[in-house]
Design a protein around this ligand. Structure first.
Ligand code: SAM
Length: 236
């Protein structure tokens, strides 16, 4: 997968893309990260933002440097990337969107800053708008890193064991079952006997029951949403 990142602060990405799974994915040749500094594509390099029409606080990112950056990138690539605009006003990012994006050959992440984007960036780009949650951050760089991390680890071959992404939270709308490692007892807290029994059938049942129990306790909305969906199908 090719990942193009458009930002005013490319230096923010260096440690994140150069560490852990994201670094390994690139070393394995499974992903290529390309950072583009939007400022370099501005006709006047010092001017990437301006005061909002109609008044109001802060500065708004101008359309021309963003459009110029995208056009420069896309004029050199055969595959048109899936454009993503990071914005708190976008559709809430989920594991299923991450899965969908992990199948794309090319993804472009456009990071806002300051008061956000001129509206014509939103309307003119036909980009998918993604928010990482209902709160406002200073820029789209951290949201872009969140999207990249969650997507790249789903690309086949990135993680050592492909089961790691199957048995984890949000698959099948469930949270993962509780996990334990050595020692068998720590400060009076014991690992459930069944997990040390070697009985694979019983262990599977315990894990399935506890995934359900954990989801009911922590995120009943996941189960309710699923129920609503299946009831909807029955009604149809
Ligand atoms: N004025 C905007 C509003 O009220 O909707 C917020 C702008 S925010 C300070 C600056 C930039 O940070 C946004 O353009 C976006 O790229 C990014 N950003 C902030 N919060 C975000 C979130 N929850 N999800 C994705 N991007 C976010």
């Amino acid at each position: 997968m090719r990942i193009d990142i458009l930002t005013l602060f490319p230096e923010m990405f260096e440690n994140v893309l150069g560490s852990s799974i994201l670094r390994i994915a690139q070393e394995k040749g499974l992903v290529q990260y390309n950072l583009f500094n939007i400022r370099e594509y501005a006709e006047n390099r010092r001017c990437v933002d301006d005061r909002p029409y109609g008044g109001g606080p802060g500065m708004v990112m101008k359309p021309e440097p963003v459009f110029n950056t995208i056009e420069a990138i896309e004029s050199q690539t055969d595959v048109r990337p899936r454009r993503i605009l990071l914005t708190p006003q976008g559709c809430r990012f989920t594991q299923s969107i991450a899965k969908e994006l992990s199948k794309e050959p090319s993804v472009m992440l456009i990071c806002g800053h300051y008061e956000g984007f001129d509206e014509r960036i939103r309307t003119g780009l036909e980009a998918r708008e993604i928010s990482i949650g209902d709160y406002v951050l200073s820029g789209g760089e951290i949201p872009a890193m969140v999207v990249i991390d969650s997507v790249v680890r789903l690309i086949p071959g990135v993680l050592g064991d492909s089961n790691s992404t199957v048995n984890e939270s949000f698959n099948e709308d469930l949270l993962e079952y509780p996990q334990y490692t050595r020692p068998a007892e720590y400060r009076g807290m014991r690992v459930p006997d069944v997990l040390m029994s070697g009985n694979h059938q019983k262990i599977k049942e315990w894990q399935a029951n506890h995934a359900l129990k954990r989801t009911m306790e922590q995120r009943p909305d996941l189960i309710m949403n699923k129920k609503k969906f299946s009831l909807g199908n029955i009604e149809k």
